[in-house]
Design a binder for this molecule. Structure first.
Ligand SMILES: Cc1cc2nc3c(=O)[nH]c(=O)nc-3n(C[C@H](O)[C@H](O)[C@H](O)COP(=O)(O)OP(=O)(O)OC[C@H]3O[C@@H](n4cnc5c(N)ncnc54)[C@H](O)[C@@H]3O)c2cc1C
Length: 406
């Protein structure tokens, strides 16, 4: 290997940017040095490394001891495997799987399920239809039951209840947990309660000593009651699982599920106006800042992508966007799965507002700006040119899809 020292500008940028998720991992860690009195000093904090869940890990094997004088790198930690070979009982969880993936609400629910399962029980997740999730094992699923078939696709609560009844007969779970959400879990849970003839505890945010507490009275009151079998839990009802790995062993239904009477006909999803979606709930936000020179083109691109529009404070102050579109500390804190920042520098007040976004894409002229440092994907270039290219690419993709369908 050559002795030439190679520089990594991206790593250097991340090391300078304390807002970047990998910032801590890029800091030089000095384990020992000569003090002014000639005594060797040791830094006990340099021992170990930060694991993927942000918790400090110390490797006692010696490989990591004393840290390193070079930059520490993020090391993938193999979390301890939690195995339940012969479950004494099951805790059944029916995640919403919004967009085919576990939502943060689903993960909280799996965390709650583990509190109820203890060491003897197994958490059984029941997933309907196709999904894109690959992290069931790290989310705390011990057994995974996938119920597929075209009859479960779309809005099919009656058929899903038939499936859950079959699960109930076969596994007889000690508890049923569903997210009390508007994404399906709230309705499915109440239907399951009616079908099983059991009264569910709703909007539960705490379970303790055999009692559960749920919100009531338009969020003004709490109701405590003995823990029932069917629990519809609110978001943040528990900490998600992050310290253990689970088997997510596939299990099957032993009996076929009866078809429900098709009293509901799903006519498919209705296109909604992305502008009508509240910013805090939007999944895909296309945000413009001071670097947007052609606002008409910006609006056309957002429409072509079907994205909800957002803006930096400068764009709002300059009158290009309305105040309710402002993202950031003094605007709306957004939780989009995809956030596209066009010509936004990434001031701290703006970055605070997008802290919970999943994937950030930056379009900017300045490769050194803070938004590029925060982004998962960056495109360096003139915004107008890139937006035109984006519209062309979307059109080409749609035309191709139409040709294939014809
Ligand atoms: C108390 C307080 C609260 C605030 N709250 C918020 C808030 O909630 N939200 C918020 O956004 N701001 C807030 N701000 C303002 C914030 O500090 C910044 O001033 C603001 O976010 C900057 O907006 P900007 O990134 O659009 O503009 P600029 O900082 O001017 O950045 C423009 C960016 O566009 C790029 N660019 C320029 N031309 C082009 C081009 N042709 N193509 C591509 N890229 C280009 C530049 O490289 C630059 O990175 C707040 C400030 C204060 C003091």
């Amino acid at each position: 290997m050559s002795d030439i020292i190679r520089r990594d500008p991206r790593a250097e940028r991340i090391a300078r940017n304390r807002l970047h998720p990998l910032h801590a991992a890029m800091q030089p860690v000095q384990a020992s040095w000569m003090g002014p009195a000639g005594v060797i000093r040791k830094n006990p904090h340099a021992v170990g490394f930060i694991g993927p869940n942000g918790i400090k890990r110390i490797d006692r094997s010696g490989a990591q001891q004393g840290g390193s004088s070079k930059r520490s790198t993020t090391v993938e930690v193999l979390l301890p495997l939690h195995q339940v070979t012969e479950p004494a009982f099951y805790i059944a969880v029916v995640p919403d799987m919004v967009g085919g993936r576990l939502s943060s609400h689903d993960r909280d629910l799996l965390g709650l399920a583990h509190q109820l399962a203890g060491t003897d029980g197994a958490v059984l997740a029941i997933v309907f239809g196709e999904h894109k999730e690959s992290g069931f094992s790290t989310a705390g699923v011990d057994r995974l039951l996938e119920i597929t078939g075209e009859e479960y696709d779309g809005y099919a609560p009656e058929q899903r209840i038939q499936g859950l009844r079959a699960v109930d007969n076969q596994f007889n779970p000690r508890h049923w947990l569903l997210p009390d959400s508007r994404s399906g879990g709230g309705e499915l849970g109440r239907r399951l309660g009616a079908s099983l003839g059991e009264r569910p505890a709703t909007r539960v945010w705490q379970i303790k000593d055999g009692q559960c507490t749920g919100r009531a009275g338009a969020g003004q009151q709490d109701i405590s009651r003995a823990l029932p079998r069917l629990i519809l839990a609110a978001a943040e009802c528990a900490e998600p699982v992050d310290e253990t790995r689970h088997e997510a062993l596939p299990v099957q239904l032993s009996t076929s599920v009866a078809r429900s009477l098709s009293r509901i006909d799903d006519l498919g999803a209705v296109a909604v106006d992305p502008a009508a979606i509240p910013m805090a709930e939007a999944e895909f936000i296309f945000s413009g800042g001071n670097g947007v020179k052609d606002w008409d083109l910006f609006h056309r691109t957002a429409a072509a992508l079907g994205a909800t529009e957002g803006a930096s404070r400068v764009a709002v102050d300059d009158g290009f966007m309305t105040r309710d579109r402002q993202v950031g500390a003094s605007g709306t804190w957004v939780t989009a799965r995809v956030y596209v920042a066009v010509g936004i520098s990434g001031a701290i007040q703006h970055l605070q507002g997008i802290g919970a976004c999943d994937k950030v894409i930056a379009i900017n002229l300045d490769p050194g700006c803070d938004m590029i440092k925060r982004a998962d994907l960056s495109v360096i270039g003139e915004s107008a040119e890139l937006l035109k290219a984006l519209i062309d690419a979307v059109d080409a993709y749609r035309n191709e899809a139409k040709r294939d369908a014809a």
